[in-house]
Write a protein that binds this ligand. Sequence first.
Ligand SMILES: C[S@@+](CC[C@H](N)C(=O)[O-])C[C@H]1O[C@@H](n2cnc3c(N)ncnc32)[C@H](O)[C@@H]1O
Length: 271
Amino acid sequence: MPNDKPLGEIDLDCWEQYDDLITDSLWLLGKRDNAGAHAADYWGNFAPQIAHQAMRRFTKLGELVIDPFVGYGTTLIEAVRLGRCAIGVDLQPSCVDTARARVGQAAGASDARAVALVGDSTRPETAAAVQEVMHQWGFTHAHLLILHPPYHDIIRFSDDPSDLSNAPSIEAFLAGFGQVVGNFAPLLAQGRFLVLVIGDKYARGEWVPLGFQTMEVVRQHGFRLKSICVKDIHENRGKRGQYHLWRYRALKHNFYVFKHEYVMFFEKTNP
Ligand SMILES: C[S@@+](CC[C@H](N)C(=O)[O-])C[C@H]1O[C@@H](n2cnc3c(N)ncnc32)[C@H](O)[C@@H]1O
């Protein structure tokens, strides 16, 4: 049965008060929120507003969020700010060190706990390590999964062959991504949400719809697609200051320059 009650902090008796919660599928977020411990210094980090919106819509105070591609810890910082608990994983120890330092900065008034672990999220033992922390904290299940994987190889995050950005083909990337979904889906409570943040890529004159390809992978793991939101790309570091060059290339080579990515919402329906 689909969930017909808000999973988040919304009190439907005063639903008009949540002006700042997005309910449309077009997300014009504009500038990244760089308040507090957030900083836009990681090549490929996402806007904290994404984690903020997802957590407020789909988790309550004190509930648990897991992010298997945590990078510099945007999800963890936002979780702490919102009084949620969070566990993040990244392959790169340097990311985890930064995430830990920033969580330390973000912590304060809130009792929320957030931890970053080094691990390869394609491996079952990484999910087992996350589960161990969950149990220590008294959780049997998580209440939200946030997945922001590499957009295949458009940014190479490290030289590690287990890094999904080094997958030798789209097929290998999708298989690795599927392993991550397969490892972490069992940790999520039934009826709860998985959020996928992803963009497409362009290779050898062809648009590669990574968004829809990864969407299918999630659906194959027992999730129901609830929404596809299209988010504006405000200005990414790769294209900063190159607007005219990209416009020229688009006109010359008959394509459109990416100005959007996807924030997709799925509900766990199968155990
Ligand atoms: C798009 S970034 C995520 C950025 C993050 N949302 C943030 O705001 O900082 C993807 C991250 O996935 C990590 N990664 C790639 N392959 C991985 C794997 N197999 N296991 C765990 N992390 C991985 C990369 O090191 C990179 O930090």
